[in-house]
Design a protein around this ligand. Structure first.
Ligand code: HXC
Length: 258
């Protein structure tokens, strides 16, 4: 599928989706969000894809929502069209793991898009920020909620109120990202992580996503019960027998998602 704002490649069970608006630092306009929704839905339904990597360019993962496109919109327009609401739903519904590979700027909606992925691997030149305050608005696709859960209230308030950027080292220290790698190795490292995930049983990777995401939505007691029941349920799968037998027989497991 040829897109105007994305480049999609499928290789070794992994879909690599690259945001591609080089003239606008990959700013998120309605076309890009529509195409991203389409590419994610395509990856989700494609049996050849077991994991997804979302990346941008060396300079920018995405510098936020497209300010040119939205600057003149009225309240009625953004409210009735649910600006950026619908466009991001597909990502939240995706059951296959999504890794954000971030180099350069991940600002505003760009930082929020990265946080919507399952985890973030960043290049050492990455810069994260929620600078919406400088435009007279606030984050609109989860920044105040997800950043606060990831880095805590104090740092989240600091980022949202001052609009300052966080470098990769601070982002790793704060728990926003899972690892930092040299910029030149970003996509290879993210693809290697994705290939490793692609080797697992998809039943187990889906269960991991459901259980970890549930921790944001529920009490600890309910979350623990949810996890335990998923753990129990996986004993009904062939992949559990295969995984445990392979360990005991000192060989690599051959998972079949059954
Ligand atoms: C539209 C953008 C853009 C954006 C950059 N560009 N960010 N266009 N929307 N968010 C365009 C610039 O206008 C410019 O186009 C080109 O990309 C290169 O950017 P420069 O500013 O010349 O580059 P540089 O000096 O290196 O600065 C990079 C930057 C800066 C720090 C990333 O561009 C910047 O501060 N951008 C805005 C970041 C921001 O405020 N993001 C939050 C948006 S609100 P021309 O045509 O002039 O060459 C938001 C709300 C989220 O995200 C709510 C839901 C999604």
């Amino acid at each position: 599928m040829a897109y105007e704002t994305l480049i999609v490649e499928i290789e070794d069970d992994v879909a690599l989706i690259r945001l591609n608006r080089p003239d606008a630092m990959n700013a998120l306009n309605s076309k890009l969000l529509e195409e991203l929704g389409d590419a994610l839905a395509g990856a989700e339904s494609n049996d050849k894809v077991r994991c997804i990597v979302l990346t941008g360019s060396d300079k920018a993962f995405a510098a936020g929502a497209d300010i040119k496109e939205m600057s003149e919109k009225s309240f009625v327009e953004v409210f009735t069209s649910d600006l950026f609401g619908a466009g991001t739903e597909t990502m939240l519904r995706c059951r296959k793991p999504i890794i954000a590979a971030v180099a350069g700027y991940a600002l505003g909606g760009g930082c929020e898009l990265a946080m919507m992925c399952d985890f973030i691997i960043a290049a050492d030149n990455a810069k994260f920020g929620q600078p919406e305050i400088n435009l007279g608005v606030v984050a609109g696709i989860g920044g105040t909620q997800r950043l606060t859960r990831l880095v805590g209230k104090s740092k989240s308030m600091d980022m949202h109120l001052t609009g300052r950027f966080m470098d990769a080292a601070e982002a790793e220290r704060s728990g926003l990202i899972s690892r930092v790698v040299p910029a030149a190795k970003l996509v290879p490292e993210a693809m290697a992580a994705a290939r490793k995930i692609a080797e697992k049983s998809a039943l187990a990777t889906m269960a991991v996503k459901e259980a970890v995401n549930r921790s944001y939505e529920t009490t600890l007691r309910e979350g623990l019960l949810f996890e335990r029941r998923l753990f129990h349920a996986l004993f009904a799968t062939e992949d559990q027998k295969e995984g445990m037998n392979a360990f005991l027989e000192k060989r690599q497991p051959q998972f079949r998602d059954k």
